[in-house]
Structures are given as structure tokens and as C-alpha cells.
Design a protein around this ligand. Structure first.
Ligand code: ZN
Length: 544
């Protein structure tokens, strides 16, 4: 038998279980927040009614109508998928390009109430049942029917009985996904304004790169919305496989044949490359965010400076933008899954200059961009940048994001020889592991790979090296959407970029690879690229 001599990995270290726990915690927080908002509205409504009564009593008839209108509480909405979304006015902030929505929505002045809310849950029996029900519905919305069912165990209210029936029937209707055909899409950092395409401002070379390899916030939002409408559900790379560790310590990787989704729902995987805000991204001059931060709610957000020099914190890149989308559409993520972020280390991470070479401006490894940056930032504190970056990484992990190596120096793993790859990976571990932690995923830069199909074998020295360093999941860029190969000890997936080049190819019949990308976008449910394609992009767009 295939599984002989293997034992399952320690359940405490099981990422699935950890993610489930995190999802539960997150949902508890969300529910507590919504409860506070509702309570506030009820109080306001009660105050309104009281006012009406008083006014009516004094005999000012006309004031009654107006008071009723403003005092009416908003009702909770139930959308077509059956999950409850609180009617707290947070919808409709998907406004293209205006990324400040995500920031504004959090700041509704309800800090410091977490403990009160959970204490109230225990004290008031009725409220407790209600919130448990809501919590269970959120779990079910994220396809974790078992957890939802377990949560309502012992609750014999008619509402719970009805919900349980729904969960059981939804669970029974689910079908196992074919994990060998799951599309894997990826993005670079998002562009927030049109400076990126203005050669007079940023130079022709940057325009060429921004145009080919990048996506704007408006384009990103449109594509994610289309994929959601098409029934796509975000799953993690770790959801695609089952890992078991043999007696010899070798990790074996098999297909997950129990990735269960309702009929009509289609899994996809997402990754983000190069989340470092490199010096080449212009640091506030080309429309990119400049760094990531953790906001007052513990959420990963981005700092961005616009054309007018105004700086704000909000959803200015893939990570917070997708988090906000999933907060509003919990059925877009399978059990709280998020994307995988492919990290280099040479310019630091998340906009922090965490590479230890930055500690000394005379370090011979520094290039001219790095030296110039240090000269412009005389109060740079390396330890502080490392601490801030680690806080961002931890906040991202809490949301469900995972990290991959993208090699330290953005190497072409196909062209580089083994010794170079080994030295490079040592650097990755030195500068990135203390901040990002361990990873068993590598997403090769330049879409390169270390072997053709079927060539991750015992005599492939590069594969053997990476495997010995703990890597189990390997990603390249592949022309065939949804291409995945399972070996005994690895999973390898091909990715498709949703960027300027592929968008242009998909929408332009004279594009050199039009048919390939038109088919990919069609499969992803993104039917009309031209309708959201940024009009300031110079065309035609050539491959980088
Ligand atoms: Zn890259």
C-alpha cells in the first residue's frame, strides 16, 4: 500500500486545523462587532421613539413623521447564498479605485467593546443562541459545515434545528473538487493611479514594466468580482494536497480528494509576487503603496501617497483589498483561505528594509539604489523595520495568508547553477525566516522552473536540494491554466498572471497569444476585459 510506513503530521501543527481555529476566532470578533452596531442602532431607535412620544405628547404632530424616519433601525440582510450580512451600511464600498473605503469602514468608533460583547453572550441566554447561530451560518458560508454543525450541537431551538437541516443538506450536496485542474492566478503589487503609465513622470522603462506585469486596483476589483459571480472560491495551496511524514522524516504529498464544495462552486488559488515595494517601484512616485502596516484593528493595510502628495492608510494592494472583499463575501473563501505571497529579500519585505546589508551604508553588497535610499533616510533603524515587518507578517498570517520563497535575489532558477541557488537560499533564510517564519512553498521568479514535466526526480540535483530544505510545493508560470503535477514528494502548479500583458492579449484579437489568454479569462469567468482595462495603458502591450 502507498501509505505504509507513514504517519500523519502532528495535528497541532496541522495548518488546516490552525486555520479553522483562526477562522472561528475571526468570526467571533466579527459577530461581536456587528452585535455592538445593532445594539447601538436599537438604542438610537429607542431614543427616536421616545422623542416621538414626547413630541406627540406636547402636540407637535408634524415632528412625529420625521422622527420616525430617522429613528428606524436598518434590518439585517440575507443574501442569496443564505449567509447573514449585517445591515450596518458597510456594503457598497467596492468603489473602483477609491481604496480609502476599506479604511473608513473600520473606523466606526466602536473600539474596546470586545470583552463586553462576549460577556453579554454568556449572560443573556437568548442573545447567546442568536449569535451562535450567526457564527454557525458564517462557518457554513465558508463551507465548513462540520464546524457549523458542531457549534449548534445541543441547541434545540427551532431556528437551530432549521439551520442544522440546511447545513446537513448543503454538506450532502457537496462534490469533491479535482485538485489537478485548479486554476492558479497571480498578481504583483497593484497600481493605484495613472502615474504608472506616464513616461514623462516615471520613464519609459518603468512604464513598459508597469504596463506589462502589473494590474490596477480597478482592474483587480473587476476581475475578482467577475470570478466571484462565476462561482469561484479561493482555496489555499495547502488545501490541494495531503502531506504525510514517513518514518524517515520525508514528507510525502498526495492529492486531496476531499476538497468539498457545493455544486457550481469552483476552486481557485491566488498568489502575489514580490511584496517588497522595491526601490524600482519608485516609493510613492509610481502609484504603488509604499509599505504595509497593521491598523488599529490588527488588520494588514497599506500606506499610499497619491499624486497630490497626500498619504493615507487603506486597501491599496492585493492583501487588504482581498481581505475586505472576503469580509463582505465570506463564501468567496474556503474555510478562511487566503493567497500565498512570494517573497524575495534583497530590498527587504513589505516596504521595510529588513535585509541586514542595510545596517551599514558601507556594506559592499549594497547597490546604488540602496545606498541612495539610506542617504535619504538618515534616521533609518534596522531593528525597528524588522519589528514592524514581523508585525505585518503576523497580521497577514492571522488573516490566513501564507508565504513562499521567491528566492532571495529574484534568481532565474533555471539559469542559475546549484551553488548559486544554495547560497541564495541561505540568504533567504538569514533575512526572511526571522520575519516570515518557515515555509514549504517556493514560487520561482521569472516563471522559471528547475525541471520539465516529470523531471522532479532523484537525479535532479536542484529539486533534491530544495526538497532537502523542506520545500514540498513548487510553482512556476505555465501556459496551461490549472496545470498541476503530483509526485510522491511534491506538488507543482502552473500559474497564470492576470496582468497588463495577459489582459491585453485576451481582449485583442490581433494579440500574438490572443486565443490562449482569451480562453483563460473566459474560463475564469472574466468575460469583458475591455470594459475595465485601464485607458491610460499604452498599447499594444508586449511581454516583458
Ligand atoms: Zn517576481
Amino acid at each position: 500500500m502507498e501509505d505504509q510506513g507513514r504517519r500523519p503530521v502532528d495535528p497541532a501543527a496541522d495548518p488546516e486545523e490552525r486555520r479553522r481555529q483562526r477562522a472561528i476566532r475571526r468570526r467571533e470578533e466579527m459577530i461581536a462587532r456587528r452585535k455592538r452596531v445593532r445594539m447601538m442602532k436599537l438604542l438610537l431607535a429607542a431614543a427616536g421613539v421616545l422623542l416621538i412620544v414626547i413630541l406627540a405628547g406636547v402636540g407637535i404632530g408634524r415632528a412625529v413623521k420625521a422622527g420616525k424616519k430617522t429613528g428606524a433601525p436598518e434590518t439585517a440582510k440575507t443574501d442569496v447564498k443564505g449567509q447573514v450580512t449585517a445591515g450596518d451600511g458597510q456594503e457598497g464600498q467596492d468603489g473602483g479605485g477609491d481604496a480609502s473605503g476599506g479604511e473608513a469602514q473600520e473606523g466606526s468608533g466602536e473600539e474596546g467593546g470586545e470583552q463586553d460583547a462576549s460577556a453579554g453572550q454568556d449572560a443573556a441566554g437568548g442573545a447567546s443562541a442568536g449569535s451562535k447561530l450567526e457564527q454557525a451560518k458564517l462557518l457554513a458560508a465558508g463551507y465548513d459545515y462540520d464546524a457549523a454543525i458542531a457549534l449548534l450541537e445541543g441547541d434545540d431551538s427551532p431556528e437551530a434545528a432549521k439551520a442544522l437541516e440546511e447545513f446537513h443538506s448543503a454538506k450532502a450536496s457537496c462534490v469533491a473538487a479535482d485538485v489537478t485542474t485548479i486554476p492558479h492566478v497571480f498578481f504583483h503589487s497593484l497600481i493605484n493611479d495613472d502615474r504608472a503609465f506616464n513616461a514623462e513622470l516615471v520613464g519609459a522603462d518603468r512604464v513598459r514594466q508597469n504596463n506589462a506585469a502589473m494590474t490596477t486596483t480597478v482592474e483587480f476589483d473587476a476581475m475578482i468580482e467577475d470570478m466571484y459571480e462565476a462561482g469561484y472560491v479561493l482555496v489555499g495551496l495547502d488545501d490541494m494536497c495531503v502531506k504525510t511524514t514517513g518514518e524517515d522524516g520525508v514528507v510525502h504529498v498526495a492529492q486531496n480528494n476531499a476538497l468539498m464544495l457545493p455544486p457550481g462552486k469552483k476552486p481557485f488559488v491566488l498568489s502575489v509576487d514580490d511584496l517588497s515595494y522595491y526601490h524600482s517601484y519608485g516609493i510613492g512616485t509610481q502609484g504603488y503603496a509604499t509599505k504595509m502596516v497593521v491598523d488599529e484593528n490588527g488588520k494588514p493595510k497599506c500606506v499610499y501617497t497619491n499624486e497630490n502628495g497626500e498619504t493615507s492608510v487603506g486597501d491599496y494592494d492585493v492583501v487588504p483589498r482581498l481581505d475586505t472583499f472576503i469580509e463582505n463575501h465570506p463564501d468567496f473563501a474556503y474555510r478562511g483561505a487566503r493567497g500565498t505571497v512570494a517573497m524575495t529579500g534583497y530590498n527587504g519585505v513589505f516596504g521595510y528594509r529588513t535585509n541586514n546589508y542595510y545596517k551599514d551604508i558601507n556594506d559592499p553588497h549594497l547597490d546604488l539604489d540602496q545606498i541612495q535610499w539610506l542617504q535619504e533616510h538618515p534616521d533609518f533603524n534596522w531593528e525597528q523595520d524588522c519589528a514592524d515587518a514581523k508585525a505585518v507578517a503576523d497580521a497577514m498570517k492571522a488573516e490566513g495568508w501564507t508565504f513562499a520563497s521567491h528566492t532571495y535575489g529574484h534568481l532565474n532558477a533555471e539559469g542559475a547553477d546549484l551553488e548559486h541557488l544554495m547560497a541564495d537560499h541561505e540568504r533567504w533564510k538569514t533575512v526572511n525566516s526571522p520575519i516570515l517564519g518557515e515555509t514549504d512553498k517556493i514560487i520561482f521568479a521569472f516563471g522559471a522552473d528547475i525541471g520539465i514535466v516529470g523531471a522532479y526526480t532523484a537525479d535532479n540535483a536542484k529539486f533534491q536540494y530544495f526538497k532537502s530544505e523542506g520545500f514540498n510545493i513548487f510553482c512556476n508560470v505555465d501556459g496551461n491554466i490549472g496545470w498541476t503535477e503530483f509526485g510522491d514528494t511534491f506538488m507543482r502548479t502552473g500559474r497564470v498572471a492576470l496582468d497588463g500583458f495577459t489582459m491585453y492579449q485576451a481582449m485583442s484579437e490581433d494579440g500574438v497569444v490572443h486565443s490562449v489568454y482569451a480562453a483563460d479569462y473566459e474560463q475564469l469567468g472574466i468575460h469583458d476585459v475591455a470594459s475595465f482595462f485601464n485607458q491610460y495603458r499604452p498599447t499594444p502591450i508586449q511581454s516583458e
